[in-house]
Design a protein around this ligand. Sequence first.
Ligand SMILES: C[S@@+](CC[C@H](N)C(=O)[O-])C[C@H]1O[C@@H](n2cnc3c(N)ncnc32)[C@H](O)[C@@H]1O
Length: 391
Amino acid sequence: MKYRRPKRALNSAETVTLRMERMAQGGDALSHLEDGRVCFVSGALTGELAEVVLSQNKKDYAKGFAKKILEPSEFRTTPQCPFYGKCGGCSLEHATLEFQLESYRASVEELFRRFAKTELPAGWKIHSGSPYGYRNRARLVRVGKGFGFRETQSHRVIPVSSCKVLTSGINKAIAENVFPNVPELSVFDNGNGKISYYYKGMESAEFEKFAMNSVQIEDVSISMDSASFFQSNLEVLPELVKTVKKAAGTGEYLIDLFSGVGFFATVLQKNFKKIVTVERDANALFHANKNVPGAHNVSSPAEDWLAQNDASGADVLIVDPPRTGLPPSALEAIAKADPKKLLYVSCDPATLARDFRLLSENFGYKILNAEGFAFYPQTPHFEMFLELKRS
Ligand SMILES: C[S@@+](CC[C@H](N)C(=O)[O-])C[C@H]1O[C@@H](n2cnc3c(N)ncnc32)[C@H](O)[C@@H]1O
């Protein structure tokens, strides 16, 4: 398989032969140059010997791409996507799903060792589903008459006629090109035949017609729209719901922070008498009020709500922040509120490990259960769940 050289000016186009030691964060393999510097290599796998073209030659580290694999790994596979190596969406398509799952495991464990000085519970479970055709949400960028995705290491957009990780519904929407004049289009496939769309500046009548959607999870229909956040792997999502439900159990008072359309509160509402959801995106409030009508649904940054309200007395507090993790003031306020159970859902294991370190060192939190969810195969992204308790 050929990797195209990044378009940016190269510091050095030197070719070196390297043995890959392990996978690093972000889907590159890690190796060392003769002078001792770490070299991150795209397109290579643990154990492989490869001819590597250096694309960045920094003082402390180098980066390169595998031009030729001299000794391939038994876990190497042929990428299915014609844009692979060029489109910035995927970086692990040259590895089997089995290898990808083990890389996620190794990478999360390493992050917890490095950032949190903690071992995850032995044999922690990883849930996974289809390696392709899973992604039910996409933001498409206009290029020419069609759509595309951002190129690796650049802001340029390459035209993409179809994408292997997207659901067939979203690929059909790309082919149909329903809104030919919009520069960006958010598309959502509810897994049940309904595709919804959102573009900036959409008028409210159009929003009603094209953006509104709903997702069925177990026996609950969850109202959402294409402008708001919603999870993007509907095949594995029920596993996360089961895990969160089991950990949450039943109780009097549930707080769901970074709640989107009130997602976790919706599936847990039968089990709690008093519920508060807090979400920054004002657009999501309409849905939270519909999805969890008995709750106090708040449109606010979680850190502001925590600063202005007494969050103590919760049986369960769920946080599901964006990749940046918890703002420090929110983390401190949550620990002070001292919920009986703290459930942390994370789409970035690095910030999760960072936050867990603060929770454990400053407030005595321990991990009762950890589970992983391969929501984004072929990419280095990975979802984690931690059930935490104060000792
Ligand atoms: C990973 S999503 C999770 C949403 C929801 N829990 C779900 O599963 O659908 C993170 C959510 O946090 C929201 N968000 C980002 N920063 C926030 C903040 N400071 N306070 C509250 N919500 C925030 C985003 O708008 C997004 O809806």
